[in-house]
Design a protein around this ligand. Structure first.
Ligand code: ATP
Ligand code: MG
Length: 426
């Protein structure tokens, strides 16, 4: 036998047993976003490599070492999207959705990053992203946060996540701060680890994000971005905070929250949990007022976030927050034993669906003995087995057996079966 081919490392199959949780999470989010007036957009998974280089930034971890980039047959450099924001801006700009308009959008789908696979970190992973365009004021930043807080409530996760908040200021403020930070870090160069030394030149703000315990004391003494903020950013942040305070949303201001992508300004936030180990950020986002212009459009204010679907599912499962009803079971499993009963079984199932469209019915296919079919009926999880033998078919009858409860077995006319099931299924 030849060697079996396996999935690519870090890219997971989502098996039938897991799908109900995925559908539950995706369905809950889609409904919530719809109720806030957000519309879904679907972008391609593959984009021109330059889109990501120009938006995420040449010296970010993603662009430097995590992208799946390849030349297609024409020699064009393409990349499997590592995130959705850049493609969303590209699509909106291309179709004229931004100029003189506001948009509230969401999308879901796989993203690709060549990272070291571990729990909560994969090479293909799913995000649900939300982006808004054309609104410069802090009320929309607050709406995004309120919306996520409502989602945690609905999912039963509210007590397990906390909100971290920061502001990065304008790009001018950040440039001035960057200078001060680089001066400070250069002074303490001996304490920097290898990653931070590399970032000192390319992306010094990211050094603040280091989790290295040996660097924490030194970082605590670093200059604070707050001292460099421009008035506009300061007011924006105060307004956001006052709305969150009024709405009763707890948050922690974390001046070292910087995010890994270049395009953020002003507001950045993360919802984090301590229940998933190192991969604790389940939702992250911020404002990116400069990106549309940077990608060739007219300056357009923008703010958004993305949730990590796998991490949220891990959290839902570890906290046992998945409602039992998510695992929908069959109402009936229709068995057919004897010559030509297979056709009668399919027609009976069809008739039942016509009469009670909500019924969840599986029809046994492929024949087999009564015993083996009953085994399958039991394994299917169905509440009732519907049995068709040759005599039932001849008399237009069906035998109904309760697989889970105490009801007596009955034989009734096929024309009464849908009503009987409706009456006995609560
Ligand atoms: P992290 O700090 O965990 O690497 P990030 O800053 O790279 O996250 P974003 O690019 O902002 O993350 O993506 C938003 C969310 O997508 C993250 O908060 C996380 O929940 C999820 N996510 C990011 N990368 C991965 C991955 N490789 N596998 C699974 N989920 C991921
Ligand atoms: Mg990352």
């Amino acid at each position: 036998m030849s060697k079996k081919i396996q999935a690519v490392r870090g890219m997971n199959d989502i098996l039938p047993a897991q799908s109900p949780v995925w559908q539950y999470l995706e369905g809950t989010v889609a409904e919530l976003l719809g109720s806030y007036g957000y519309n879904e957009i679907r972008m391609p998974i593959v984009e021109s490599t330059n889109l990501f280089k120009r938006s995420i930034g040449e010296v970010t971890d993603i662009v430097e070492k995590e992208m799946y980039t390849f030349d297609d047959r024409n020699g064009d450099s393409l990349t499997l999207r590592p995130e959705g924001t850049a493609g969303c801006v590209r699509a909106c700009e291309e179709h004229g959705l931004l100029y003189n308009q506001t948009q509230r959008l969401w999308y879901t789908g796989p993203m690709f990053r060549h990272e070291r696979p571990q729990k909560g970190r994969y090479r293909q992973f799913y995000q649900i992203g939300v982006e808004t365009y054309g609104i410069a004021s802090a009320d929309i930043d607050a709406e995004l946060i309120l919306l996520t807080a409502r989602l945690w409530q609905q999912l039963g996760l509210a007590d397990s996540v906390t909100l971290q908040l920061n502001t990065l200021g304008s790009s001018e403020a950040r440039a001035a701060y960057r200078e001060a930070l680089v001066a400070y870090l250069t002074e303490h160069k001996a304490l920097l680890d290898e990653d931070s030394l590399r970032r000192l030149d390319s992306n010094p703000l990211r050094v603040l994000d280091s989790k290295n315990p040996d660097m924490q004391a030194m970082l605590a003494g670093a200059p604070s971005l707050f001292d460099y903020l421009d008035d506009d950013s300061r007011e924006h942040f105060d307004k956001l905070r006052s709305i969150l305070d009024a709405a009763g949303i707890a948050y922690e201001v974390n001046p070292r929250l910087v995010r890994g992508l270049d395009y953020y300004c002003k507001t950045v936030f993360e919802w984090v949990t301590d229940k998933l180990g190192a991969q604790g950020t389940v939702c992250a986002g911020g404002r990116y007022d400069g990106l549309v212009e940077q990608l060739g459009g007219k300056a357009t204010p923008a703010v958004g976030f993305a949730m990590g679907v796998e991490r949220l599912i891990l959290l839902l499962e570890s906290l046992e927050c998945v409602p039992q009803a998510v695992y929908q079971t069959l109402d009936a499993y229709v068995c057919a034993v004897g010559d030509d009963t297979d056709q009668a079984a399919l027609l009976l199932s069809d008739r039942l669906r016509n009469e009670q469209e909500w019924l969840r019915i599986q029809t046994h296919c492929g024949g087999g003995s009564f015993k083996s079919q009953m085994k399958k009926a039991d394994k299917s999880g169905a509440r009732f087995a519907l049995l068709l033998g040759e005599s039932e078919v001849a008399q237009q009858q069906v035998t109904i057996k309760d697989l889970r409860g105490e009801l007596e077995q009955v034989q009734i006319a096929q024309q009464d079966a849908a009503a009987w099931l409706a009456q006995h299924i609560n």
